[in-house]
Ligand binder design. Structure first.
Ligand code: F6R
Length: 603
């Protein structure tokens, strides 16, 4: 969470900073701020608003500056206010921070910093502490402070009296750095590195970097110089163009067909799954007999659905954990368990920690991530990238379906470990290839969902019921609905209704029923009757080929036909659109729902 940026160079500093901050805004958008080095002075501008408002505020300012740092905030400690917004200035140090300083209260006491602080958060404490240690040697001050600070941090600093120089240090929270003839830039992630950079490197933990107009130096915490490990910058899909869609979320829903094709096609050879281009050979599949999936939010929901495919078709035992609970559950894992961590951003701290724990316990790890070279990708033994392209809307859509498609493909690959399943796997792959078209067809039906959104927009509570694969699918549908439309929406396994939730149903309670699995039609229809008998207003999302068999006077939304196992793909497209149009009807900022951020780097 929080996006940070720093630039030193001859380019248009303010423009570079604003462009990068807009690209980082998805990490947090409670407030934003910049500090420009202007000769001997530092000019700071902040606002408790979006970067576009900050941009207006700085127009015509700091025009001759060649060095600046910036921040876009997701509040952890301290309310959303200008004084809590970054950059923080304390004495001769100006700083931006991403992460959490756990022992900030102790540091205030120990170093008598209280008088120096104006904000109520943890970040300003880092600035005050570094200033306490500063006697014209920034490296020494940062070194001393790093030894005292406990927690996660990416700190970027400017020091009074040191013109056109930026320093940075990090622990867990990432910093990437690039340079070209014009200058040097650092940021929380690669998406913010606008400009023509051919190479970049990831700042190693416990390493200090100094960027100036003419060079770039790395030091470890004992003061010894280090060499950066440069990597080639891949073509970045910055996807800032909404391509005619009012919101990124709509664009990203519509991009799902392409995202899935890009994710699947390079991994299908001669009709069979093949991960050798990802560096994953057959032994990996033969040597594991237990899969443990760790993930959060939408990525966790992808795991829940995948479990059913791993076990029913892949014939491999699979357990799924919320990364944040994995640590406490201390699950039993077979010695040869393969840990799969799923994460769009590749930065979710809980998932990163789950991965590190699994590695410490000696397990092999595989990451499924969308963002290249993200922390989870770097820490895993194997990486499978979803080629969904950059996902900007906070609500995940194309990343989810891309994750799911890769997980299905993995399950099919595990199935090949058993003799004589080649033909069956080939058949599965042929069906899987139909998914992108089915999602695109669902998108063409958007008017239907927009119509229902108009009816649902004022509801306070909404229930979703389904059986089998429809249940984990609806958990994702309900999450989409609540996070962007703010309607309280819960998914229930339809068979569980009678064990409690049906008490919530009264006259006119809206219920969405999903029936995508052929063999569950009869039972699911009974559940619809049960809630209708108690007054519920039911909307049924039913697989097209089954719709006629559902002989009831209720509104039916047909779902594009795919084979049973793949129906969640066409269903989720419908539910994503329903959530999107409901949020649109309510007039909320669909791409930036309240209290959320795209990258969750705090526990
Ligand atoms: C919801 C959503 C979140 C994320 C969760 C994990 O639409 O996007 O629930 O899925 O924060 O994020 P990643 O996948 O980046 O680890």
């Amino acid at each position: 969470m929080c996006g940070i940026i720093g630039y030193v160079g001859t380019g248009k500093t303010a423009d570079i900073l604003m462009r990068s901050l807009k690209l980082l805004e998805y990490r947090g958008y409670d407030s934003s701020g910049v500090a420009f080095c202007c000769g001997k002075n530092t000019e700071i501008y902040k606002c408790t608003d979006r970067v576009s408002v900050l941009e207006k505020k700085i127009q015509g300012r700091a025009e001759g500056s060649h060095c600046a740092i910036g921040h876009t905030r997701w509040a952890t400690h301290g309310s959303v206010s200008e004084k809590n917004a970054h950059p923080h200035r304390s004495g001769r140090v100006t700083l931006v921070h991403n992460g959490i300083i756990e022992n900030y209260k102790e540091l205030i006491q120990l170093y008598h910093l209280k008088e120096k602080l104006v904000s109520t958060g943890d970040s300003e404490v880092a600035a005050a502490l570094i200033d306490r240690f500063y006697d014209d040697d920034p490296l020494k001050a940062i070194r001393e402070a790093s030894k005292q600070i406990r927690g996660t941090y990416a700190l970027v600093m400017m020091f009074e009296g040191r013109e056109d120089e930026i320093f940075a240090v990090c622990k867990v929270s990432p910093i990437v750095i690039a340079q070209n003839e014009e200058g040097r830039i650092l940021a929380s992630d690669l998406s913010a590195l606008t400009g023509t950079y051919e190479n970049y490197f990831v700042l190693p933990e416990d390493t200090i970097v100094r960027l100036s107009m003419d060079d770039l130096c790395l030091y470890d915490l004992s003061g010894k110089k280090k060499a950066p490990y440069w990597k080639k910058m891949e073509q970045q899909d910055r996807a800032l163009d909404k391509k005619g869609h009012p919101y990124y979320m709509e664009k990203e829903i519509f991009e799902q067909g392409t995202a899935l094709r890009n994710t699947l096609e390079p991994r299908i050879r001669e009709g069979l799954p093949d991960f050798s281009a990802d560096g994953i050979e057959g032994e990996l599949f033969a040597s594991h007999h237990h899969i443990v999936i760790c993930a959060c939010g939408t990525s966790y929901h992808a795991g829940l659905l995948a479990k059913r495919v791993f076990e029913s078709f892949g014939r491999i035992k699979c357990d799924v954990f919320l990364s944040s609970e994995f640590i406490y559950e201390k699950p039993f894992m077979e010695k040869d368990a393969l840990i799969i961590v799923i994460s769009q951003s590749g930065e979710t701290i809980d998932s990163l920690q789950a991965l590190k724990i699994a590695k410490e316990e000696g397990h092999e790890t595989l990451a499924i991530v969308n963002v290249r070279d993200s922390s989870i990708a770097r820490n895993a033994d194997y990486v499978l990238y979803t080629h969904a392209g950059m996902e900007i809307a906070v609500a995940s859509t194309k990343a989810y379906t891309s994750q799911l498609s890769l997980l299905y493909l993995l399950a099919y690959r595990f199935a090949l470990c058993e003799q004589e399943r080649k033909e069956k796997v080939m058949e599965k792959i042929r069906e899987l290839k139909k998914v992108p078209d089915a999602i695109e067809a669902a998108c063409r039906d958007k008017e239907r969902y927009a119509g229902l959104a108009g009816i649902l927009k004022d509801e306070k509570d909404l229930y979703m019921i389904g059986r089998g694969r429809d249940y984990p699918l609806l958990m994702e549908a309900a999450l989409k609905m609540k996070e962007i439309s703010y309607i309280h929406c819960e998914a229930y396994a339809a068979g569980e209704l009678k064990h409690g939730p049906i008490a919530l149903i009264e006259k006119d309670t809206p219920v969405i029923a999903c029936i995508s699995q052929e063999d569950l039609l009869g039972k699911a229809a009974s559940n619809i009757k049960e809630v209708r008998a108690r007054g519920a207003r039911v909307y049924a999302f039913v697989r097209e080929s089954l719709a006629k068999q559902l002989d009831m006077k209720i509104e039916v939304f047909p779902l594009k036909d795919l084979e049973d196992e793949l129906m969640p793909f066409s269903a989720i497209a419908a539910f994503q659109l329903l959530a999107y149009y409901t949020a649109l009807e309510k007039g909320v900022d669909v791409d930036k729902p309240r209290n959320l951020a795209k990258v969750v780097t705090v526990e």
